[in-house]
Design a protein around this ligand. Structure first.
Ligand code: NAP
Length: 252
């Protein structure tokens, strides 16, 4: 029997930053859809969720990776590519630096670029090699509304998220003929640690909520359906798309 359109049974998914927030929800959603998980993140970051992930009956492997070092991301990617047939890669982990652009230091600038962009690229590069050989793979980058808009006092973040959208399209073009779909999800305002400073400011909360047609902020679980779609054979003819999950923010 053909596997259901959105099933991830028999698939192995790599997720970066699966210990909390959006990555945690995607990882658990994938486990629920049948995938084996390989979770990449800083030491200890997945400690609180592996039991829940394993409860779905599929394997869960945790590998240490600090994305602030692109060379480390490349090395971990090369090791995984040699050891495992990876079907799905979700580049979820990300960092944000909030502040006036006049005060951004080179170190702070470089850190955001390394985590959000350079490490994402080199990890993807390594895992894509075997996908090309096997003519099968799903790569999902977590972009942002700031892949389309400038945001407020988050210059390095907006720069990287614009780049993630461009990179998604560039890699989709390059690898579509090899049976690989590269797509992105652009979440709207989601209640995670990433947006905690905004949510602690009642004026920002009110201004943002009033502009969201759905009338509410998203939860991390709101992103899961889009991720399963882009990871499953349901999206086999979807290439280079940036799928907004934003309660209508960009439609307004
Ligand atoms: P979050 O709760 O702050 O989670 C960030 C994740 O990235 C954590 O798992 C964190 O791991 C990981 N990470 C950060 N720096 C890392 C590093 N140097 N090495 C390895 N892992 C690192 O935020 P989130 O909202 O779930 O963010 C997930 C993704 O969604 C990010 O790419 C973010 O830009 C994007 N996004 C979020 C929103 C939103 O409204 N929340 C909107 C658009 C896009 P640790 O636990 O080790 O810190």
């Amino acid at each position: 029997m053909t596997a259901p359109l959105f099933s991830l049974e028999g698939r192995t998914a790599v997720v970066t930053g699966g210990g909390r927030g959006i990555g945690r929800s995607i990882a658990l959603g994938f486990a629920g859809a049948g995938a084996d998980l390989i979770l990449l993140g800083r030491p200890g970051s997945h400690r609180d969720m592996t039991d829940e992930a394993k409860s779905y009956g599929h394997s869960v492997t945790v590998v240490d990776l600090d994305l602030s070092e692109p060379a480390h991301a490349k090395a971990v990617g090369a090791q995984l590519a040699g050891d495992v047939d990876v079907d799905i890669l979700v580049n979820n982990a990300g960092t944000i630096d909030r502040g006036d652009s006049t005060a951004v230091t080179p170190d702070a600038w470089n850190h955001v670029l390394q985590v959000n962009l350079s490490s994402l690229f080199f990890l993807t590069q390594q895992l894509a090699g075997p996908m090309i050989t096997r003519r099968h793979g799903k790569i999902i980058n977590i972009a942002s509304l700031l892949s389309f808009q400038g945001g407020l006092r988050v210059a390095s973040y907006a720069a990287t998220k614009h780049a993630v959208a461009g990179l998604t399209r560039a890699l989709a073009n390059e690898w579509a003929s090899h049976g690989i779909q590269v797509n992105a999800i652009a979440p709207g305002y989601i209640a995670t640690d990433n947006t905690r400073p905004l949510r602690e400011d009642p004026d920002r909360v009110r201004a943002i909520t009033e502009r969201i047609p759905a009338g509410r902020w998203g939860e991390a679980d709101d992103v899961v359906g889009a991720a399963i779609f882009l990871a499953s054979r349901a999206s086999d003819y979807v290439n280079g798309h940036v799928l907004v999950v934003d309660g209508g923010w960009t439609a307004r």
